[in-house]
Design a protein around this ligand. Structure first.
Ligand code: KG4
Ligand code: ZN
Length: 388
């Protein structure tokens, strides 16, 4: 087949993104309009504001993606859009825009699950590097602000060399996502939003052994807050996570050490402008740095040890770690070290493709284009879309 160009569109959370990807593996453009500045004063994503920002951003972002790829609408073979999971109002902007564009241009439309996108971000870059030796099945940890999921992903060759994908959910968080824990702890310590990147920076200056949070324990039988995960197969072994406890443990530590006054002083000091990471660092005392480092170590240890336990039980040799939290260098280093010791290969996307983007959506759509799996005219956004 000749080269196929897919225009990907992503609007599930707080980034409006569009990208052109050639034949599932060459990123021709990858434009991300981040709404961080809009949500920063609130310490988290405000859904209503996210929808409005997507509406403002979507057309300029799509145009920019075409310009940077040196392509016009005529060159595009299909349009791919994130159907879910995500914020309903945010998803609707991307879906409505993509539907109208596909209809107007008379081009096929492909619906993509956001989590499948994160998994394909890894494959896309491995193919780009010339690595076609990834061994399947893959155990994929998708770890971001909205998700902490473990999928056993399998590529099956179908007729004519086409591949279809299947995903089996083998674990997920029963309460907060790991990225959400980073964000909430950052808010609690008055470090700004989003929490992940700033905690990563501060952690490098603190003592990760200063506070012992203990192992994050999962009570068997789903006694941890939350319900039975959607998409989970009943009877199968589960490798679930829980991150709401550590957030409470950080709060307890703050109270025990009498840090509240210093935290509120920092909040007032940093509230005025949009502080740089160095200004935030300068506003932190040793206790805060130690707490950030110890918190990060605890979350990293838990993600790595549970994922490796699942890999051993499921006998998978290949690991993918993807999603916003996969940008964390401490997480990458720990995964690389521990996986190598067990003879397992671990792959990450570049930091740029770890967080939300549309190149991953266009890449995940490529096998669907080959299999002619197009969206039905009546398809809509689904906030709780399950990946299978
Ligand atoms: O994948 P993403 O852009 O959006 C979602 O689908 O949620 O992930 C955003 C999340 C945020 O919670 C952010 O704090 C976290 O990823 N994050 C990080 C880092 N960079 C982003 N967490 C830890 N370390 C980082 N370097
Ligand atoms: Zn994401």
């Amino acid at each position: 087949m000749r080269d196929a160009y897919i225009l990907g569109i992503e609007s599930s959370c707080d980034e409006t993104a569009a990208a052109v990807v050639r034949s599932g593996e060459h990123v021709e453009s990858n434009v991300v309009f981040s709404q961080i500045a809009t949500h920063q004063p609130y310490g988290g994503v405000v859904p209503e504001l996210a929808s409005r920002e997507h509406l403002r951003g979507i057309l300029p972002v799509v145009r920019q993606a075409l310009v940077e790829a040196h392509r016009t609408y005529d060159d595009i073979d299909a349009i791919a859009v994130t159907q879910g999971p995500g914020l309903a109002g945010a998803l609707l902007v991307g879906v409505t825009f993509a539907k109208a564009l596909a209809w107007g241009l008379g081009k096929p439309l492909i619906a993509v699950n956001h989590l499948e996108g994160h998994i394909h971000a890894v494959l896309l870059e491995e193919k780009q590097k010339g690595n076609r030796e990834v061994a399947f099945p893959v155990l994929a940890l998708v770890v971001s602000g909205g998700h902490t999921h473990l999928f056993l992903a399998q590529e099956r060759a179908a007729e004519g060399g086409r591949a279809t994908w299947s995903y089996n959910n083998v674990g997920q968080t029963r309460d907060d996502a790991a990225g959400e824990a980073f964000d909430k702890v950052a808010k609690l310590l008055a470090l700004g939003y989003p929490g992940g990147p700033i905690i990563e920076k501060l952690a490098a200056h603190g003592n990760a052994r200063a506070v012992e949070f203990g192992r994050i324990r999962m009570k068997p039988g789903g006694k941890v807050r939350g319900k039975k995960p959607r998409g989970a197969e009943s009877g199968a072994a589960r490798f679930d996570f829980s991150f709401s406890g550590i957030k409470t443990a950080v709060l307890r530590e703050v109270e025990r050490r009498g840090m509240k006054t210093a935290i509120e002083a920092r909040r007032a000091k940093l509230a005025a402008a949009r502080p740089s990471p160095d200004q935030i660092l300068a506003a932190c005392d040793r206790e805060t740095l130690d707490l950030a480092a110890s918190f990060q170590r605890s979350v990293v240890d838990d993600l790595v040890s549970k994922t490796l336990a699942a890999a051993r039980a499921l006998e998978t040799e290949t690991l993918f770690v993807t999603g916003g939290v996969a940008a964390n260098r401490a997480l990458r280093a720990e995964f690389e070290h521990k996986a190598a010791a067990e003879g397992r290969a671990v792959y990450f996307p570049s930091r740029q493709l770890s967080t939300d983007n549309a190149a991953m959506i266009a890449a995940a759509a490529y096998p669907k284009l080959l299999a002619r799996e197009f969206a039905a005219p009546e398809f809509s956004a689904e906030a709780s879309l399950v990946l299978r």
